[in-house]
Design a protein around this ligand. Structure first.
Ligand code: NAI
Ligand code: 15L
Length: 264
């Protein structure tokens, strides 16, 4: 690729992937509403609010692919969610359509299906079951991706990311954890595979405690290698397991399912 755009590049995942995806394109175009620091020689910094339609159009021009991390990443008021995750996603796909950008990684979330119980097993065809307004916004993003694939042939990997951090922070994350290495390998496959389509992919490592089945996207050739079990003992030494009636032990989305509607 000549130019790969990473939105949300100042965030937790964006700042890691800014380094880890550098090999994928001659130039990384990095964008965020927050400070992006100094540009490395292979980087272009383009600050932008995703809610600003014309700024997003300019941002996407000249990009061959997009890794879309930008947006509100936890529950918030509707106003905040709508601006960053609804208007922002629409603006991004409109810009991709206008500028002929044909392949996108959309950072969806497990909160699109967070109200399923942890006793249930899901695959790519399981109906969505969001656990809050944030989850609803990710369902919207997946729907936009589907529409722009069917109507305009823009291919998107909708990655329902579980919990992508250096290591699991609680017991629930032993099921949802996605290592940075596995995530990098997934993004590489998304841009290598000849025909991507618009798949739903559960973004989790090869965790023994998984709830998710990615067999319908085996054509991607993505085989996660890491397993959260290596952290179980360390986690147990600092944290007691949640009680069986705690949302974190009942719902796939954990505490998000117990959150209320955030009012202004
Ligand atoms: P983060 O909150 O650290 O990063 C998001 C970035 O988006 C921030 O730097 C923020 O400034 C930027 N942003 C927010 N509103 C914006 C706007 N209106 N215009 C431009 N930029 C804006 O989140 P993180 O953890 O890096 O996640 C990245 C993406 O992956 C998010 O979309 C999140 O929903 C998704 N995700 C992450 C998971 C994780 O485990 N880290 C799990 C599931 C989904
Ligand atoms: C998400 O969607 C959030 O962006 C992230 O901060 C974590 O809370 C993650 O889900 C999770 O469910 O662990």
């Amino acid at each position: 690729m000549k130019r790969l755009l990473i939105t949300g590049a100042a965030g937790g995942l964006g700042s890691v992937m800014r380094m880890r995806l550098a090999h994928m394109a001659e130039v990384l175009r990095l964008s965020d509403i927050s400070d992006l620091g100094a540009a490395a020689p292979n980087e272009e910094l383009v600050p932008c609010d995703l809610a600003d339609k014309s700024a997003v159009e300019a941002l996407v021009e000249g990009c061959d692919g997009i890794v879309h991390f930008g947006g509100r990443s936890v529950e918030d008021t509707w106003e905040v969610i709508r601006s960053a995750n609804i208007d922002g996603v629409f603006n991004l796909y409109e810009a991709a359509r206008k500028h002929g950008c044909k392949r996108i990684v959309f950072a969806s979330s497990n909160h699109a299906i967070g109200f399923y119980r942890q006793t249930e097993r899901l695959d790519a065809d399981s109906p969505t079951r969001p656990d809050g307004l944030y989850g609803v916004s990710k369902v919207f993003g997946e729907a936009i991706a589907s529409l722009y694939f069917d109507k305009f042939g823009i291919e998107t990997a909708c990655v329902r990311i579980g919990s992508s951090f250096p290591e699991p922070k609680n017991y629930r994350m032993l099921s949802t954890w996605l290592s940075y290495d596995d995530f990098v390998r997934l993004i590489e496959r998304v841009f290598e595979v000849p025909n991507l389509g618009c798949p739903i992919i559960y973004g989790a490592s090869a965790n023994e405690a998984t709830w998710w089945d990615n067999s319908k996207v085996s054509y991607l050739g993505w085989v996660p290698r890491d397993n959260s079990e290596v952290f179980r003992e360390k986690l147990g030494a600092k944290l007691a397991p949640p009680s069986s009636d705690a949302p974190d032990a009942i719902y796939q989305g954990g505490m998000f399912a117990a959150d209320g509607i955030h009012e202004d």
